[in-house]
Design a protein around this ligand. Sequence first.
Ligand SMILES: [Zn+2]
Length: 57
Amino acid sequence: MSGRIFKCPKCGNEDRRKIQEKDDNSQRPLYFSMQGSPVYPKKLHCGACGYEWPKNG
Ligand SMILES: [Zn+2]
């Protein structure tokens, strides 16, 4: 992957190792894969402050 920067909107943390990408399975699935498993939108989780926010764009 390219060096995309994720930044926590709450605490300003930019340490990629402390920002995890997760499936946001509290939301409706975007679509279902060919195996029939739901594909959820991604969210990002800040390991520094615990804040989570949707990964948009
Ligand atoms: Zn944070």
